[in-house]
Design a protein around this ligand. Structure first.
Ligand code: ADP
Ligand code: MG
Length: 410
């Protein structure tokens, strides 16, 4: 039958042309393949099932020729069909001319085949790198069908094509993850460069400020006869102190020196900080601390942990200008992770702010802010091999949760 052979070749070519630009295209690609295969083999349904565990097979695509469309189907638990499962693992194709009688498929007769009216099946395992990842099922409703060698060869090339598509989607996903990784790396390099710059400038700057501060004190003494002049000198002094504090924060941000991680109890660190935190917030603010019964030990630099809590609580306070509750909690998510959460139900952040919050010097607080709080937090968390999640919405408050690895080797 040369005609049929030409048709099959054309269909193979169509299959080979199915392409994907992003991993999200996989479903569409599988749908296209199922449709081509259904038309070419003239079967009632073509399903693509993917393993989503040891034995659970999920129907990803099911094309129905009669309805000329796609529909859904329940997942298939392969452990309920041991002969079929075994055949999938060991054969190139399961061509069951009469699926009700075939020893590999008859175990499905009562629970599935009769209900769906399926009488013949041509199923081919999908293998990626030698691993069974799924199966493509061609089903014939109504009567038995003698599958030809050509049918079987074609169905096998469909399965091979599907394997290529599935492998390609996995590669695209991995590449995408790498791109994201690259972006994070670039961001970290940028921060590092800024940190070095800040460290260099900050040292010179604190010397300049120290000189100004000393001079202003002497000037103030000299101006004891001139109250207005003395007040100006005092102002110079307090402005200089503000500058010094800012520089100190810059230095903290830029801190390149080795940290000293020791075993600390995160709950204890946070609890010990409470008196200091009370001085940061106003009388209109309440601090709620929630820690578990036992200690939450992790290896970390105590000062850095304190810095994180201080910065986050300061931001929460600023987000609650009319007062409110700031929650600080410590939890053991599992034996490998400790979690610190600081949340407020304050002003929150819009998306633009959220996308820039970790940027050094980014602030929405005008002259009152340094824009170094969150970038410092970010830097420390990265250094500790931890990760950070930020949830915020305008008017709904902000939650920052930090996950620390508990036995980090840093
Ligand atoms: P600063 O507090 O000096 O402005 P940060 O780096 O600590 O600098 O924070 C940067 C910006 O992120 C803040 O100016 C603010 O807009 C936003 N932000 C940080 N934390 C919160 C919060 N809890 N609620 C609302 N906005 C916040
Ligand atoms: Mg801040």
């Amino acid at each position: 039958m040369p005609d049929r052979r030409i048709r099959l070749e054309a269909a193979r070519l169509n299959l080979a042309r199915i392409g994907m630009a992003t991993p999200e295209d996989l479903r569409r690609a599988l749908e296209q393949a199922a449709q081509v295969s259904a038309k070419t083999l003239g079967v009632s349904h073509v399903g693509v099932w993917l393993l989503s565990g040891e034995t659970l097979c999920t129907c990803t695509v099911l094309y129905d020729t009669l309805q000329e469309g796609f529909r859904e189907s329940e997942p298939l638990e392969l452990s309920e069909y041991p002969a079929y499962f075994e055949a999938l693992r060991t054969s190139r194709a399961i061509a069951a001319d009469d699926a009700w009688k075939d020893p590999r498929t008859r175990e499905m007769r009562a629970s599935y085949l009769e209900l769906a009216g399926v009488r013949a099946m041509l199923d081919v395992p999908i293998l990626v790198a030698g691993q069974l990842v799924g199966v493509v099922c061609h089903e014939q409703v109504g009567q038995a069908r003698a599958w030809t060698t050509e049918d079987i060869d074609f169905a096998t090339s469909v399965a091979d094509m599907l394997a290529v598509l599935i492998g390609q989607a996995a590669r695209l996903r991995a590449e995408h993850a790498l791109d994201v990784q690259e972006e994070i790396l670039a961001e970290m390099r940028r921060m590092e460069a800024l940190g070095r710059l800040a460290a260099g400038v900050a040292h010179d700057f604190s010397n300049v400020l120290l000189a100004i501060s000393l001079l202003s004190q002497r000037l103030k003494l000299r101006l004891s006869e001139d109250p207005e002049g003395a007040k100006m000198a005092a102002n110079i002094g307090s402005e200089t102190d503000r500058g010094t504090r800012l520089v100190r924060q810059l230095l903290a941000f830029a801190r390149q020196e080795k940290t000293t991680p020791v075993f600390v109890d995160l709950s204890e660190v946070v609890a010990g900080l409470m008196p200091l935190l009370e001085t940061i917030v106003t009388s209109r603010h309440a601090l709620a601390l929630d820690t578990p019964e036992g200690p939450v030990t992790l290896r970390a630099d105590r000062t850095q942990l304190e810095q994180i809590v201080m910065n986050l609580v300061t931001n929460a306070r600023d987000a609650l200008p009319d007062g409110g509750t700031i929650r600080v909690s410590v939890t053991e998510t599992d034996e490998n992770e400790a979690q610190l959460v600081v949340s407020d139900d304050g002003v929150g952040m819009d998306e633009e702010t959220q996308s820039r919050v970790f940027e050094p010097f980014f602030t929405t607080k005008g002259g009152r802010g340094t824009g170094l709080g969150m970038s410092t937090v970010y830097g420390i968390v990265k250094q500790s091999n931890g990760h950070l999640e930020l949830t915020s919405a305008p008017g709904e408050g902000t939650t920052v949760s930090i996950h620390f690895p508990r036995n980090a080797d840093n």
